[in-house]
Design a protein around this ligand. Structure first.
Ligand SMILES: Cc1ncc(COP(=O)(O)O)c(C=O)c1O
Length: 471
């Protein structure tokens, strides 16, 4: 047993072992505290400057957000957006009555998204902002479950065993959904050739108890768009044969803000009748700082009325559907800022710029003899690649990830999910504000790191390597 485990601690690192932390005397006033307890509330106050300095200094050790190429989440907005954020960070989204214009703007954004995603009832359908895609996926899943229950009860059938079908490559939120809301998870294993949900594999898992199928637009592991239209067509044939009508929820956490601009002809959205609901992260390719997701239903009736609560709004009532009660309203205003500021052509320009850099990098990395590309930025502006087997026994992609950290680049290596878990890939997400200049500097650093690793005398130690990460 390790020392940490003996002490019953799940998480403890270096300095965390000490119960007090010293304060640099320069940050305190003569005679005031020289240390603070780490794990208990300090007994006394300290000057605000001291508290500020302590927190400010500690987070210096966090990575640099702009070099965080692991995340899909926005790390840069324009100064005007920063100003708006600073003016609105005190708004609570649930106070619809107190902040009626923020509430109205939220609704406007919902209908703008419904229109962008081709809802036939864009002006009247329902949707909401959330804290992120995870909350939005929970709401989408709950609506599917409730609709299925209502239909089954009306037919006098059992509602004992609901299941939900998706590929094993879904983001962890869908496992959480199945676990938290008591729905059997049918995760279809992916294959190396087709590492996403295919119609054939899906059809083997659906039945009368399937509340819905989740199709992902922008598989987290590779950025590929799942073939929503083909999945919908397969479910149409299934319905024609069996009478069982299974809806689709599209998890467009990243892709629902990319496909409408870069592949407008691709039919993945409410143009397909079977698509009941779509979620996205405003804080990913919606280009807003962290803390914002969206879910929109194709038409009002797909969000069962009995899931909706009303909160007061200008003396009347406004329908809400959310897991949280209070949450920040500023991000919703930032989303509206982006809608006004960029419009369709601006979003297209931003996403295209990221996509072009991704394709350029894919070309360069694909030319390096030790790597083979897995995805080249054709769908999402992200690329993934493998280390060719037999290239070296001295290092692997985890070592390369660690080496690149020396220059501040945060680039994850990780195993693929169930079905092809023996495959390891590296991924770079290209977001707004990653310039071609920075991309070239990164490329130089990747080449330098590989040269260094190839030049080692022997294999790097495998013991005690830091874990890599992905989202
Ligand atoms: C496909 C997919 N779904 C859901 C999520 C969760 O999104 P959020 O971080 O906004 O909760 C992610 C995050 O990367 C994702 O890629």
């Amino acid at each position: 047993m390790t020392r940490k485990a003996e002490r019953g601690l799940e998480w403890e690192r270096g300095t965390e072992a000490s119960g007090t932390r010293m304060i640099n005397p320069l940050f305190t006033q003569p005679g005031s505290m020289e240390s603070v307890p780490r794990w208990t509330l300090p007994q006394d106050e300290m000057p605000p400057e001291t508290a500020y300095q302590i927190v400010h200094d500690e987070i210096l050790l966090d990575g640099n957000a702009r070099q965080n190429l692991a995340t899909f989440v926005t790390t840069w907005m324009e100064p005007q957006a920063d100003r708006l954020y600073a003016e609105t960070y005190d708004k609570n989204m649930v106070d619809k009555d107190e902040y009626p214009q923020t509430a109205a703007i939220e609704q406007r954004c919902v209908h703008i998204l419904a229109h962008l995603w081709n809802s036939p009832e864009a002006r009247t359908t329902r949707g909401t902002s959330t804290t992120g895609s995870s909350e939005a996926c929970m709401l989408g899943g709950l609506a599917l479950k409730r609709l299925w229950q209502q239909k089954r009860r009306a037919e006098g059938k059992s509602t004992e065993s609901p299941n939900i079908v998706f590929a094993s490559s879904v983001q962890v939120v869908w496992e959480k959904f199945a676990n938290y809301w008591d729905v059997e998870m049918r995760a279809v294993p992916i294959t190396r050739e087709r590492p996403y949900l295919t119609p054939e594999a899906m059809l083997q898992s659906v039945d009368e108890n399937t509340i819905g199928v989740v199709a992902v637009l922008g598989v987290t592991y590779t950025g590929q768009f799942e073939p929503v239209k083909e999945l919908a067509a397969a479910l149409d044939s299934y319905q024609a044969k069996t009478g069982i009508d299974i809806p689709i929820h599209v998890d467009g956490a990243s892709g629902a803000f990319v496909a409408p601009f870069l592949q407008p002809e691709l039919e993945w959205d409410f143009r397909l009748e079977r698509v009941h609901s779509i979620n996205t992260s405003g804080h990913k390719f919606g280009l807003v700082y962290p803390g914002l997701g969206w879910i929109v239903w194709r038409k009002k009736g797909y969000l069962p009325e009995d899931l909706v609560f009303n909160v007061s709004y200008l003396g009347g009532e406004m329908p809400t559907f959310a897991l949280n009660f209070s949450r920040p309203g500023a991000q919703v205003l930032l989303q509206y800022y982006n809608f006004l500021r960029l419009g369709r052509s601006g979003y297209e320009r931003v996403q295209r710029a990221s996509s072009e850099i991704a394709r350029f990098m894919a070309g360069e990395i694909g030319r390096m003899e030790m790597f083979s590309l897995v995805t080249d930025g054709s769908d999402m502006p992200l690329i993934t690649w493998e280390l060719k087997s037999g290239h070296t026994d001295k290092w692997d992609l985890y070592d390369l990830s660690a080496k690149l950290r020396e220059r501040g680049w945060l680039i994850p290596a990780y195993p693929m999910p169930v079905g092809i878990e023996d495959m390891t890939v590296m991924r770079i997400v290209f977001r707004n504000a990653m310039s071609m200049d920075l991309a070239n500097l990164l490329l130089e650093d990747i080449r330098g790191a590989v040269k260094y690793l190839d030049g080692l005398d022997g294999p790097l130690p495998r013991e005690g390597r830091p874990q890599s990460y992905h989202h």
